[in-house]
Design a protein around this ligand. Structure first.
Ligand SMILES: NC(=O)c1ccc[n+]([C@@H]2O[C@H](COP(=O)([O-])OP(=O)(O)OC[C@H]3O[C@@H](n4cnc5c(N)ncnc54)[C@H](OP(=O)(O)O)[C@@H]3O)[C@@H](O)[C@H]2O)c1
Length: 258
């Protein structure tokens, strides 16, 4: 039986994607840094759904990290027909006030690890009758977001990379989907270092990660190119194509100001 490999599966949207796939009796490989959370997820998911769950505690913000993940897969002869690149986070603040190290680690995780894992696992994904890649971007992929400028740019990268890869693989057994959630109640806001007033604003429009995961997995199996969960998120993405770019940028500037 082939596995689904999910990065960033120790919590948030990634963990709910794991539950969503397990419900469909799909065996899972989970990767993230927090061993304790991964072990908890393994126990709970395998007990509830009777699927096989293995995990690797790994930091994917370096090439050594992504290599140790692909080496672990190869060493254990894990067959994979679903790859979910979900691990990622934002860094909130102006460029002037943010440390290079923080930005660099985020860029490595959000962009480089996604490309590395797709490339390294393509030969494995090619072996199966039908395989899927799901890359998680963000509604921030569709417009510039002041104070989340670098994060939004990493997610634009994910969106365009995913669309390009989808075309490259269109005549193969691999379907490629980009999922772009809007605000979702996970560890994202805390990890990004956002303040309390921003947190409160986000809470008003937050979707539940379980809802995002359900829509994401459905879209992946329906072989959609892009999935934007939630009507408000979908509508705001459509608006970025219809109005001058400065308008959504000014709205975002107001929403995310430091
Ligand atoms: N929540 C939102 O509002 C929102 C909106 C749009 C897009 N997204 C995107 O959705 C994805 C999931 O985020 P989330 O909202 O579920 O946030 P989250 O709750 O903070 O989860 C992030 C996941 O990524 C993992 N991760 C972080 N750094 C890592 C590293 N260096 N190596 C390996 N794994 C790492 C975390 O696990 P460990 O800490 O255990 O490593 C965790 O499992 C991200 O790509 C995010 O950009 C989120």
């Amino acid at each position: 039986m082939a596995f689904a490999l999910i990065t960033g599966a120790s919590g948030g949207i990634g963990l709910d994607i794991a539950y969503e796939l397990a419900q469909r009796k799909i065996d899972l490989l989970l990767a993230a840094r927090s061993e304790e959370n991964l072990l908890k997820a393994k126990k709970d998911i395998s007990e509830k759904f009777g699927v096989r769950v293995e995990y690797l505690s790994v930091d994917l913000s370096s090439s050594e990290g992504t290599r140790s993940l692909t080496n672990w897969v190869a060493k254990n002869n894990f067959e994979i027909n679903i790859l979910v690149n979900n691990a990622g986070y934002g860094v909130w603040g102006s460029l002037e006030q943010t440390s290079w190290e923080k930005l660099h680690n985020m860029m490595r995780l959000n962009m480089i690890s996604v490309v590395e894992l797709c490339q390294a696992l393509l030969p494995e994904l090619r072996k199966h009758k039908q395989s899927y890649i799901m890359n998680i971007a963000s509604t921030a992929a569709y417009q510039a977001v002041p104070t989340l400028s670098t994060y939004a740019a990493t997610k634009s990268f994910v969106l365009l990379f995913t669309r390009g890869l989808r075309k490259e693989l269109s005549k193969t057994n691999i379907s490629v989907t980009c999922v772009s959630p809007g605000a979702t109640s996970t560890g994202f806001v805390d990890r990004a270092g956002m303040n309390d007033s921003l947190k409160k604003r986000a809470e008003k429009v937050n979707m539940k990660p379980s809802e995002v995961a359900r829509i994401a997995v459905k879209g992946m199996f329906n072989k959609k190119a892009e999935v934007v969960p939630g009507f408000i998120n979908w509508f705001s993405v459509q608006m970025t194509y219809l109005v001058p770019k400065g308008i959504p940028e000014t709205i975002a500037e107001g929403l995310y100001k430091t």
